[in-house]
Design a protein around this ligand. Structure first.
Ligand SMILES: C[S@@+](CC[C@H](N)C(=O)[O-])C[C@H]1O[C@@H](n2cnc3c(N)ncnc32)[C@H](O)[C@@H]1O
Length: 171
């Protein structure tokens, strides 16, 4: 028996942000997937146009802040078309490893092609994964990044993505 008689599709707990709207939690992942499926081939151009190129500066700043060193393992969650992964690949070198993880196969396909074009292949692994259920061992990663991705994650309000990442990072 349940006494949850007040529950409606637009309850605080049953909805989440999607752009400027509130949508049912269960619908969000599919809606996010639809957006990135449809833009994957144009994502990089759109990113440059819509941000006025600022995303490149933020990414450079992120790389500098990370202080990643040769030989380390880096996980880029919601890594999309692989901007950060390509940069980290150069930093960690042949002894290190970069994991480009994203839930969307279309974005990863574009990312894989770009990494090949940039010659960043030997030390980069491409993994289709949900930020909320990371398939990596605890304490296995030196540095974890997520760029412009957290807002797309359904349960970010509850911190699930960050929680999952916390255990994956080396302590
Ligand atoms: C705005 S793009 C950012 C891509 C890249 N990090 C960048 O800065 O260019 C957001 C990315 O988050 C991914 N994404 C959305 N929900 C996700 C989830 N639950 N787990 C992993 N990736 C997710 C999308 O597929 C998309 O590639």
């Amino acid at each position: 028996m349940t006494n949850d008689t007040t529950s409606t599709p637009h309850d605080e707990d049953s909805t989440t942000d999607f752009g400027f709207n509130r949508v049912n939690r269960g619908d969000k992942a599919g809606m996010v997937r639809g957006v990135f499926d449809s833009v994957a081939g144009r994502y990089d151009l759109m990113n440059d146009l819509m941000s006025g190129g600022i995303h490149r500066i933020w990414k450079r700043f992120t790389i500098e802040l990370s202080a990643v060193r040769p030989g380390q393992t880096v996980l880029d969650i919601a890594g999309g078309t692989g901007d950060l992964a390509a940069k980290f690949s150069r930093l960690v070198g042949p002894e290190g490893q970069v994991i480009l993880a994203d839930i969307n196969a279309a974005m990863l396909a574009v990312g894989r092609d770009r990494l090949i074009d940039k010659g960043a292949t030997g030390n980069v692994q491409v993994v289709q994964a949900d930020a909320q259920q990371l398939p990596f061992e605890d304490n296995s990663i030196d540095c974890i990044t997520i760029a412009f991705g957290l807002r797309n994650v359904t349960d970010k309000d509850h911190g699930d993505a960050l929680y999952a990442a916390r255990f994956t990072a080396r302590r």
